[in-house]
Write a protein that binds this ligand. Structure first.
Ligand code: KG4
Ligand code: ZN
Length: 347
């Protein structure tokens, strides 16, 4: 089955064609990130207007890349992100997808953006890289994006049990806000990762070590707002010149604190539940320190679990997981009954 995926939940306008939920035939992502970097964050109204500018050309490029056939001859179904996300941005993708479903008379599947992040783990350019789902489920899923931080038990396709989530800021949000405190650009995650690479000695020499919030609590919840406040308190003790010199050290410590908590709680969940794998999803999954820490801890503890992280370039928003999730959870809904839902949750 060939699915056209469409994703417009935030500042990326993305479309793709995926065969049987796994094989990438075409993939296009346009981003208005440069505009948001200038504004030091995403301004929803501007993001939605940019979505409108890009959506048709992104879909056209995705379809043309692939074949001279008419789209309605090539595509079996359409998948679209309905939430969570920014309402203006979501509406652009949802209404475009509904129009195409009506015009081409193709089934349309509404998809949760966060579930899409999970399924980007299962797509590939090569037919041969087929995932054996017997080695995947049940799985612990760590979703870490700009707006969400959540631990889930995934028993199989579409079968989720929530284990915990952040009580305040998301991990990505914490990266973004801490970066801002250090004068680093938006998005903060990649900026902090870059800045921390230039540190010479990978040992803590901060006056005060940053906290690892909620690590000692017997639950699977997270909290990142205290970490951000701790960074703010320490930054305020230095003048601007000193801060500029200390940026790599702060960046390194922030990244260590956030990734320590994420890995610790995920492994704790994998210890409590008999799972075959840990699956990472969401923009923060692009972080190499996070990925390496997972692999190191799994090896160090001799855990017999597989670890899945999407390719770095597929970690941030794109349509691949949307098309894949639609294939493995194929529940089309008549186009006129599909609505954007900015506050949509996984369960
Ligand atoms: O999933 P995503 O692209 O958009 C949302 O659905 O929110 O996630 C964006 C978040 C931002 O907070 C960004 O700073 C973070 O992902 N991010 C990273 C990295 N790349 C993106 N965080 C840490 N390290 C990275 N390399
Ligand atoms: Zn996302």
């Amino acid at each position: 089955m060939i699915i056209l995926g469409i994703e417009t939940s935030c500042d990326e306008t993305a479309a793709c064609i995926v065969k049987d939920g796994r094989e990438i035939l075409s993939n296009t992502v346009a981003s208005s990130l440069a505009l948001h970097t200038k504004n030091k964050g995403v301004i929803p109204e501007l993001a939605a207007r940019e979505q409108l500018k890009y959506i048709i050309s992104v879909i056209k490029k995705t379809l043309n890349n692939n074949s001279r056939e008419k789209p309605e001859d090539l595509i079996d179904a359409i998948a679209v992100t309905i939430g969570p996300g920014l309402i203006g941005s979501l509406l652009v993708g949802v209404e475009t997808a509904k129009t195409l479903s009506y015009l081409w008379n193709k089934p349309i599947v509404p998809v949760n953006h966060l579930i899409g992040h999970i399924y980007t783990n299962f797509v590939s350019q090569s037919q041969k890289n087929n995932i054996n789902f017997k080695k995947v489920f049940p799985a612990i899923v760590l979703l870490v994006s700009g707006g969400h931080t959540q631990l889930l038990l995934m028993a199989g396709h579409g079968k989720f049990k929530p284990l915990g989530q952040t009580r305040d800021d998301a991990a990505g949000e914490c990266f973004d806000k801490c970066a801002r405190l250090l004068g680093l650009p938006y998005p903060g995650g990649p900026a902090i990762e870059r800045a921390s690479r230039s540190i010479q000695y990978k040992v803590s020499s901060m006056k005060y070590k940053l906290p690892r919030p909620m690590m000692d609590q017997n639950n699977f919840d997270f909290s990142f707002s205290g970490l951000k406040t701790s960074v703010l308190n320490q930054v305020q003790q230095y003048n601007n010149l000193t801060i500029t010199k200390l940026v790599p050290r702060f960046a390194y410590e922030i990244q260590e604190a956030i990734t320590d908590v994420l890995v610790f709680k995920s492994l704790k969940a994998a210890d409590k539940y008999p799972v075959k794998s840990i699956i990472l999803g969401g923009g923060v999954a692009a972080n190499e320190v996070l990925r390496e820490k997972f692999k190191k801890e799994i090896n160090k503890n001799n855990l017999k679990i597989n670890f899945f992280a999407p390719l770095k370039e597929y970690s941030t928003d794109n349509a691949l997981g949307i098309a894949s999730a639609a294939y493995f959870n194929f529940q089309p809904i008549y186009w006129s009954k599909i609505y954007a839902d900015p506050g949509l949750e996984v369960i």
